[in-house]
Write a protein that binds this ligand. Structure first.
Ligand code: PLP
Length: 482
């Protein structure tokens, strides 16, 4: 497929506008008038429709095919949630509308959604209260670490460092550093879990807290998580739970019960709101009782008369961290999703996500080296090390998958696995789809042995072939695909 952008033919007209019979009432000054030709494309309506339809087909998304991008939880985004978000009572409101006016309840419904979402997330995570403001997972992390800093300031604690395991998502050390802390990296043991003994040695009076992803980026649940939280608490540090990928444990176990003080969630992962292509997302942050006073303003409260209001008078709050109430439309979709799943549906998400990941792991084990051969949670990590013997790399396998019609897995991450291929199938895929992916991976493994050169040429079915990734990152040019 080759995309052509220059389709204009001089003089071709795609529209006909009747001459205006309305008298001109405003005469623009000469200086505001354009004298050059705007050089708009000249095309028929059919040409335009075909152009955009063709472009849309060059896109990859969960609505087109299987998207096993590890740690990103590219699950199906139910269309019911889209319909609810499009209801005019939600989509036509403005953040500056009065909360209550006369008998008019202009934004009461929206406030109720935020309030009820808070209640639902408290229940799901075992936390005391949530803010919906953060607009991404990383933004939630920053919010959480700012509250951690506010807590230590209020107590007069002299804290300087935040501990992060080497399997952490890259945003964790970045958020801690932006909030002004020094990051100390805790190594993993041979089992792929954070080294408990080293952690004990590293924790001291300067430790502000620890950021932990659990299950970690190897898809492994840390059985010592309670002990880890106790170690951090012993120096009045706070335990931060990176809950971006709650998919593996939702409805099964709660970060609050494990001992965590702060948790962020990615609604655009576990709670099925659309993502990819840059957002928008939402990263609500939940805190334990002793941190509630530091939550960002505003907070939705329920008054005694049953109406909802925004509360700003919170002297210890870290302040605003996003305009208005965050990405309300995303919170709304996730709220609809939680109600659709219900208390019975949520644990089934975790069960099927874990089942699917382990099924892929077992089926592909004979063909690809596995990073840690243990029961995994929502994702499994392979290494392309076997294929390296034929000079085929993780990148070639990923590009080969594109030709097979699949989105590549997450590449070269976590950093602690050489040539990592991180696969997260999610719970929404059928067995047929997953089997199709497994067969494609097996074909690629065989090709890596038999015709390694072929694989290094992939992808051959896309509008553009193998890109110079460094150049693409530094000199991005989306218009010139020739
Ligand atoms: C996705 C992810 C993040 C970052 O979330 P964004 O919304 O992309 O900022 C943080 N931690 C983990 C473990 C993740 O998987």
């Amino acid at each position: 497929m080759k995309l052509v952008f220059e389709k204009s033919v001089q003089g071709r007209v795609g529209h006909e506008v009747a001459p205006s019979d309305v008298p001109t009432s405003i005469h623009l000054k000469e200086e505001f008038l354009r004298d050059d030709d705007p050089a708009l494309p000249e095309l028929s309506e059919l040409d335009v429709v075909r152009h955009y339809t063709e472009l849309s087909r060059a896109n990859f998304g969960v609505d087109t095919n299987f998207y096993p991008l590890g740690s990103c939880t590219m699950k199906y985004n139910p269309k019911m949630a889209e319909r609810i978000a499009a209801m005019p009572g939600f989509s036509d409101i403005h953040p500056l509308l009065p909360q209550l006016r006369g008998g008019g309840m202009l934004t009461q419904g929206a406030l109720e959604v935020i309030y009820d979402m808070d209640i639902a997330l408290r229940e799901i995570c075992g936390m005391a209260a949530f803010t919906m403001q953060p607009m991404a997972g990383a933004h939630g992390e920053l919010t959480g670490i700012m509250m951690m800093a506010a807590y230590h300031r209020a107590k007069g604690n002299k804290k300087k460092t935040i501990l992060v395991p080497d399997s952490a998502h890259g945003t964790n050390p970045a958020s801690a550093a932006i909030a002004g802390y020094t990051v100390k990296v805790v190594p993993s043991d041979d089992e792929g879990l954070m080294c408990l003994e080293v952690l004990k040695d590293m924790v001291d009076d300067e430790t502000a807290g620890l950021m932990l992803t659990c299950p970690n980026t190897l898809g492994l649940f840390n059985p010592h998580v309670k002990e880890i939280c106790d170690i951090i608490h012993s120096v009045d540090g706070l335990a931060y739970y990176d809950g971006a990928n709650l998919n593996a444990i939702v409805g099964k176990v709660r970060p609050g019960d494990m001992g965590f003080d702060i948790v962020h969630l990615n609604l655009h992962k576990t709670f099925a709101t659309p993502h990819g292509g840059g957002g928008p997302g939402a990263g609500p942050v939940g805190v334990c009782e002793r941190l509630v006073e530091f939550l960002p303003v505003s907070i939705v409260v329920k008054r005694d008369d049953g109406t909802y209001a925004l509360e700003y008078d919170r002297p210890n709050s870290i302040g605003y961290i996003a305009p208005f109430y965050g990405n309300f439309g995303i919170v709304l979709r996730a709220y609809a999703y939680i109600l659709m799943c219900g208390k019975e549906g949520l644990p089934r998400i975790a069960e099927n996500a874990v089942l699917n990941a382990n099924y892929i792991k077992e089926k592909l084990k004979p063909y690809f080296e596995i990073a840690v051969d243990k029961v995994c949670k929502h994702e499994c990590v392979f290494s392309a090390s076997k294929q390296n013997e034929h000079d085929v790399h993780g990148m070639d396998i990923a590009k080969g998958l594109i030709d097979e019609g699949y989105h590549p897995p997450t590449m070269y991450f976590p950093l602690i696995v050489k040539e990592a291929l991180m696969v997260e199938p999610t719970e929404t895929e059928s067995k047929e789809t997953i089997d199709g992916f497994i067969e494609a991976m097996i074909r690629i493994a065989k090709k890596a042995e038999a015709e390694p050169d072929e694989l290094t040429k992939a992808p051959l079915t896309t509008a553009v072939g193998r890109l110079d990734e460094t150049k693409a990152a530094k000199e991005l040019n989306l218009a010139d695909v020739g």
